[in-house]
Design a protein around this ligand. Sequence first.
Ligand code: AMP
Ligand code: MG
Length: 495
Amino acid sequence: MMNSINLENTYTSLPPEFFRYTEAETMPDVTVITINEQLADLLNIDIGFLKSQSGLKFLSGKNSKTLPNSISLAYAGHQFGHLVPQLGDGRAVLLGDKICQDGVRRDIQLKGSGKTYFSRGGDGRAGIGPVIREYLISESMHHLGVPTTRSLAVLLTGEKVVRAEVSPGAMLARVATSHVRVGTFEFFAIRNQKDHIRKLADFMIERSHPDLSDKKEKYELFFERIVKGQASLVAQWNSVGFIHGVMNTDNTSISCETIDYGPCAFMDSYEANKVFSSIDQYGRYAFSNQSRVAPWNLSRFAETILFLISKNTSDAIKVVEKILFDFDKNFNASLDILSSRKLGFKNYSKKTSSLYSELLNLMEVGKADFTGTFKSLKETLIKEDDTIFLNNFRNMDEENQHAISQWLGAWRKLLQENSESKTEAIEFLSSSNPTFIMRNHLVENAIGKATKGDFSDFDILCDLLTMPFEIKENHDEFYKPPAASQVVHQTFCGT
Ligand code: AMP
Ligand code: MG
């Protein structure tokens, strides 16, 4: 069905087991906190409309006669390694999808919109804290160039939501290339609904990989694309110090976008095994484990589509194993390029790769700030002043101080050997090392204020996140690593 914003709901072309028709609950007093105008433009939705009463109705998921009916999606998932046969959108409705200005079809989903068929005892609500966290971090990731779901709007519901603390209820309008997850395939695999798995794979091929649709080996190629996309995605997370925190298969997108911003965070000081999430007691989703968990999740995906790849199961296993085996190669190839650029080199070499890992080791010993250390390389090179770089490292004994100075010497020497010019190196350093990241203490401060009705920090962060490689004057405190008293050690899902 078409309407003024040309919203469809193509997912409803799938069989009824895929979703339940669900209307957002009527909330007492919905108000808009922010609308992402740049994203509204991409979606080709008139900003004037979004700010009008009809726009508010649309954003609150109250279907007018001209909009398609909203739905909640069924999915399952492996959570911390354990299969949960039925999850689904327990607090979200898919309003619909549409072709955007760039020709890509995207979903608009409303999260925190009340109970659904899949709520399983939950209240279907979201508090302002997790909504602000998702808005800030997802948009930040987008502007850093990392594939991600995006955030169109934050709304208050006029309700109070009770978690560990009572906070204002909120909703997030989320935009994704699709909301299909590994867990969506698992949902039908558990129920042995092979025909539904085929339909879902075809739906995703048509939507995101139409060039494969006529190919004889389309399912194998489809799987390979997703493995490569996830490998590249996790490499990009690592290159900006991002920890997802809850890489369950229901949070693993078939569109290879970062999805579900729960206890996620960017690292301040570098720690290979850093964990923020309060529920990740054994470090399953630690920073350095992300590139191991992703192929584990993809193996769960592979299991659901073996029969599509070959009628002979052992043949199919051989095919997917080969593709999965290449995950590491793909991940390393992506990270090698990204990390070389972070050091100012155009191309990867064994030497740039070992410089990168040596630096990470030294940063861990010296409790150096991840973003700050890489950011300082540019100034160090321009001003030829080593102290700019050395100041990032704390409590270093003589041996390590010596190692850092040696590292700097080796880095300079390799730059001289490899770069076309110093200018070129400076360009790579500038464009690969953000000056602004959405640090945890900034997010927590913004949430603390927003809970009391003050959105001033949130507004500043929304502005700064759009230019992560620049520095906006008079905002010094937003660019600094946290002081010892400001460090946030743990994050919470807050569901
Ligand atoms: P998440 O931790 O956001 O990935 O959610 C995991 C599962 O729990 C999904 O099926 C969610 O829809 C569901 N869920 C999370 N919070 C709530 C809630 N407040 N009410 C109902 N379902 C929820
Ligand atoms: Mg989830």
